[in-house]
Design a protein around this ligand. Structure first.
Ligand code: GLP
Length: 240
């Protein structure tokens, strides 16, 4: 597993945008795996800027998002559907029908998750999967567990995730469940790029890079991926 350390989150975002730009130039119909949370926001801003400058187009791109909350209206301000539209989709030329997020309100969540994995396969698989990481080492919403998960599934969020993400929920209580790509789904991506910034991620990053591969720290599984790259700021890299 390779990692790069940046002096600022701006430089990190530029480097991440460069990776996506290179892919879009080489493969205009690329399949992107996308993430939410604070980590990718600056990268999305830079990709929007490059689109507006005429440097890249998303017209042929297909996207699949890592995860979505359950029991939250699709258009709630905290849904990942809303996040993706506000932070990327509404500002570029991507076709709405080519953007895919799981439906956290599906009557049959397991069928929804299985259909999502099948759609990824049908699209030819994810070329680059963008990831953030939770303080507890979760990727997507794959929480620390006894086993690595396979396909996408419905997960009960654990207390540390609820605490970390509750800051975004001022009106409705934070959902207790989510749909997430499984570890197996994530690991099928051709390339994985993970962004981690700030001191709160330092321990997860140390465990990811230097620890054993264990489902107790889900991000450590990236050690088994042939093309995984961590983009870190100094604080996130401070325990390496
Ligand atoms: C959230 C999301 C993850 C995200 C992570 C880090 O709970 N489910 O996909 O990568 O936590 O979030 P942030 O980038 O805001 O630190």
């Amino acid at each position: 597993m390779e990692y790069r350390i940046f002096e600022s989150t701006d430089e990190l975002a530029l480097a991440c945008a460069d990776i996506f730009t290179a892919l879009l130039k080489e493969k205009p119909n690329a399949v992107l795996g996308l993430a939410t949370g604070a980590s990718p926001v600056k990268t999305y801003k830079e990709l929007i800027r490059r689109y507006k400058a005429g440097e890249i187009s998303f017209a042929g791109v297909t996207t699949f998002n890592l995860d979505e909350y359950c029991d939250l209206p699709k258009d709630d301000k905290n849904s990942y559907y809303t996040f993706m539209h506000e932070n990327l989709f509404d500002h570029v030329d991507i076709k709405e029908e080519n953007t895919h997020l799981m439906d956290g309100n599906a009557a049959d969540p397991e069928a929804e998750a299985a259909a999502f994995d099948a759609m990824i396969e049908q699209a030819g698989g994810v070329d680059i999967q963008l990831l953030g990481v939770g303080r507890n080492g979760h990727i997507g919403f794959n929480e620390p567990a006894d086993h690595f998960t396979e396909g996408s599934f419905k997960v009960k969020l654990n207390d540390s995730t609820i605490e970390a993400n509750s800051i975004y929920f001022d009106e409705n209580p934070m959902p207790r469940y989510a749909l997430t790509m499984g570890i197996g789904t994530i690991m099928k991506a051709g390339k994985i790029v993970l962004i981690a910034t700030g001191k709160k991620k330092a321990e997860a990053i140390r465990n990811a890079v230097k620890g054993e591969v264990t489902p107790r720290c889900p991000v450590s599984v990236l050690q088994n991926h042939p093309d995984a790259l961590l983009l870190l700021d100094r604080e996130a890299a401070s325990l390496l």
